[in-house]
Write a protein that binds this ligand. Structure first.
Ligand code: GLU
Length: 313
């Protein structure tokens, strides 16, 4: 039997809500099932705190508290992404040095203008490749334009056929959908896609269970793994929790945050029972999910209204 390493990867940008609870519990139950445990599976925690504009003071601690309130535990110390940034920056420069990435000085507005007149067969919003092939180094781009460049990956043309253990095979044409995508922003911050890929590899992550809003990111991450010669983890992209209007729960609408529910008198056991029920699983008396089976998770998004929960107790 092989041991597997999974991870929880919250962005500490607000309070966790029922959508996070559901994805994290699925990752947790999968890694902590008796079968997984017997084979030595591990579950790591990574705090994705690189987007400093969105990470408010105290948010990291608040996220840890929410995870603990749910009863989640993980192996080892949390991996704080911002403490490992040097390796991500290095990888971006390595891709540039190899000619797999290039400097791009386009502003957001220039990209929007260019993208509003898409080429045939290409999605609107796609980066049209304006700066591809213009400069080999950051210095050349700076010297010629006086602008601080971003870095973009050269995306090969054509569709990728990929496999997700929850969704099955799927096809993505990264070139037609987004084009050459950023791996480092113009302000020098590593892009989310690159940060995930580098940290998953450095942490030894082999299994990724997360919301299916990240399915299109998965293809970009696959291309980065290929470009850097890194292994591809197995994926399970699970449907999201949506409100009555079909919108995914968002951190900015706090109505179904775990804190708000707790304030209304909802217990941890009730949240776990709800997640288990909408995910086709059964909890035992100790609120564990010993027979966890990802195949029983329904394929549709989960509907959840604020009014499904008590207003106050
Ligand atoms: N931090 C990301 C989020 O909260 C998840 C990244 C990932 O699982 O790859 O949406």
């Amino acid at each position: 039997m092989t041991s597997r390493t999974g991870r929880l990867a919250p962005s500490p940008t607000g309070h966790l809500h029922l959508g996070h609870a559901r994805s994290f519990l699925l990752a947790y139950w999968q890694a902590r099932s008796p079968h997984a445990k017997a084979s030595g599976a591990r579950l790591l925690l990574r705090m994705e705190d690189l987007d400093l504009e969105r990470v408010k003071p105290g948010a990291l601690e608040a996220t840890l508290e929410d995870l603990r309130w749910l009863g989640l535990e993980w192996d080892g110390e949390p991996w704080i992404q911002s403490e490992h940034r040097a390796a991500i920056d290095e990888a971006a420069l390595e891709l540039l040095a190899d000619g797999r990435a290039y400097p791009c000085v386009c502003t957001r507005r220039e990209i929007e203008e260019a993208a509003s007149a898409p080429q045939a067969g290409m999605a609107s919003g796609r980066y049209p490749g304006t700066c591809r092939g213009r400069w080999r180094t950051l210095e050349e781009a700076r010297a010629e334009t006086g602008r601080e460049p971003a870095l973009r990956l050269c995306v090969p043309p054509g569709s990728l056929r990929l496999h997700d253990d929850f969704r099955g095979d799927f096809e993505v044409d990264v070139d037609a959908e987004v084009g050459d995508f950023p791996i480092r922003t113009r302000s020098g911050a590593p892009a989310y896609q690159l940060a995930v890929v580098i940290d998953d590899a450095r942490m030894g992550v082999e299994e990724v269970v997360r919301g299916d809003d990240l399915l299109s990111s998965a293809a970009r991450q696959y291309l980065l793994q290929q470009a850097l010669g890194l292994p591809h983890p197995r994926w399970w992209h699970v449907p999201l929790v949506c409100d009555e209007h079909g919108h995914r729960l968002a951190k900015r609408t706090d109505a179904l945050s775990l804190r708000e529910l707790a304030r209304r008198g909802v217990t941890r056991a009730e949240v776990l029972q709800w997640v288990a029920r909408v995910s086709g699983q059964v909890l035992d008396a100790g609120l564990c999910c010993p027979d966890f089976d990802m195949r029983r998770v329904p394929r549709e998004p989960v509907l959840c209204r604020s009014t499904d929960w008590p207003a106050n107790r």
